[in-house]
Design a protein around this ligand. Structure first.
Ligand code: GLU
Length: 411
């Protein structure tokens, strides 16, 4: 980060404070909503031969005003306290925006997940769970997957939690379907991204069928977003992951490459650099990997008409302002990728009820509720004459502030 760049948490708080002022909230309430309730930093000694390597782990609980804290765990070498605070705060706004009874939290471990063996990964998540069990639980704080973690990681977390606290499958979401997971949860984030992209085009009377889509990221979010975009009739013309990108102007057959772990060995006539994919001309650009990928260095070269944020915080505030000034419509992360935590909510309720839904019910419920959130944001942006991100924060900050004040949390 250079000195002129804002920290990730400061960027989120800029939006919280802007919404707070527009809503005429009391200064103390704005300050409370810009702070995290609890931050726990742990050290995780990882066996390395006959020595240990000590990793740093985090759980930041931003808000419990609207319910138990909720949010994923990220394994990535760039994880630090500021990033985890920013992501925890985003979870508060995301869960409020889609109106599920959760607050916000986030966890992480600063480690390169791609270099870990399965055994190391298991050792890390079990240690993380043991060190944090006192702040976790199905009515306290419920983790889920994020970058570098997956259903398998959540199964180990659940197993460790059960050893310590007894049976409670709702203590974590995003689990394997064979182990109290919900059919539909894995695809939920990407599905929501694609649905929101289609809804945005429709609102602007742009034809969904044949609309060109570029997706940066081929992890869980990117690959399902690509699949569902194709199902909805859009044309996915480029995809990328860390190994590079593939282009097919006629439309990539997403289904045929879906099972590939990486794009490295996928046959394609045209290839492109991993980051260059962001600069391709298209109707819809979906950044679905890391944060900060669209910034002051590359915003001038972005040629998309719409950007739908599959990742959390993929656009810096400065780039966001510049791109909007040029007429680019940006659908914010807390709306666009909220399908994941919406799906987590369905999994959590099913676990608590010890009842399971068929995938058709899961999908229908997800689509209906995402559509409703989209409509609310759209109407708010018209009412206040503001962009979609500001509108999304207005809706969620108002909901959290009301809950916070009604609880009497000030005393
Ligand atoms: N990690 C996902 C997110 O950033 C999902 C969180 C959850 O399901 O709790 O939204």
């Amino acid at each position: 980060m250079n000195l002129l760049q804002k920290s990730a948490f400061a960027e989120v708080n800029e939006k919280v404070q802007q919404a707070g002022h527009l809503l005429n909230l009391k200064p103390g309430v704005i300050q409370a909503l810009s702070s995290c309730e609890r931050e726990v930093v742990i050290s995780i000694p990882l066996r390395k031969g006959d020595d240990v390597e000590v990793l740093t782990g985090y759980r930041v609980q931003h808000s419990s005003a609207r319910g138990p804290r909720k949010g994923g765990i990220r394994f990535h070498q760039d994880v630090d306290l500021d990033e985890v605070r920013a992501l925890a705060s985003l979870m508060t706004w995301k869960t409020a925006l889609i109106d599920v009874p959760f607050g916000g939290a986030k966890g992480g471990v600063a480690v390169d997940a791609s270099k870990l063996s399965l055994i190391e990964k298991e050792e890390i998540i079990r240690r993380w769970t043991r060190s944090l069990v006192h702040v976790l639980g199905h009515h306290r704080d419920i983790p889920a997957p994020d970058l570098g973690t997956d259903a398998r990681t959540m199964a180990w977390l659940m197993d460790e939690y059960h050893r310590l606290e007894g049976f409670q499958p709702a203590c974590v979401t995003g689990k394997p379907v064979e182990l109290f997971g919900a059919p539909g949860r894995e695809e939920a984030t990407g599905r929501g991204v694609a649905q929101i992209a289609a809804a945005t085009l429709e609102k602007d009377d742009v034809k969904v069928k044949g609309a060109t889509v570029v997706i940066q990221g081929f992890g869980n979010v990117g690959r399902y977003a690509a699949l569902v975009c194709q199902e909805l009739g859009m044309k996915v013309i480029a995809l990328s992951d860390v190994s590079g990108g593939i282009i097919d102007k006629k439309g990539i057959d997403v289904e045929s490459i879906f099972m590939h772990k990486s794009l490295e060995h996928v046959q394609s006539e045209e290839r492109i650099g991993a980051a260059d994919v962001l600069e391709l001309k298209c109707d819809v650009l979906i950044p679905a990997a890391l944060g900060g990928v669209i910034n002051e260095n590359n915003w001038k070269r972005i040629q998309a008409s719409y950007i739908v944020e599959g990742a959390n915080q993929p656009i810096s505030i400065e780039a966001d302002t510049q791109l909007r000034a040029q007429g680019v419509v940006i659908v914010p992360d807390i709306l666009a990728n909220a399908g994941g935590v919406m799906g987590s909510y369905f999994e959590w309720t099913q676990n608590i009820q010890e009842f399971s839904w068929p995938i058709e019910k899961f999908r229908k419920e997800l689509d209906t509720r995402m559509e409703k959130a989209f409509d609310t944001v759209h109407k708010t942006s018209k009412k206040y004459s503001v962009d979609l991100r500001t509108a999304a924060f207005l809706v969620s900050v108002e909901r959290v502030a009301k809950a916070f004040e009604m609880r009497g949390s000030l005393v």
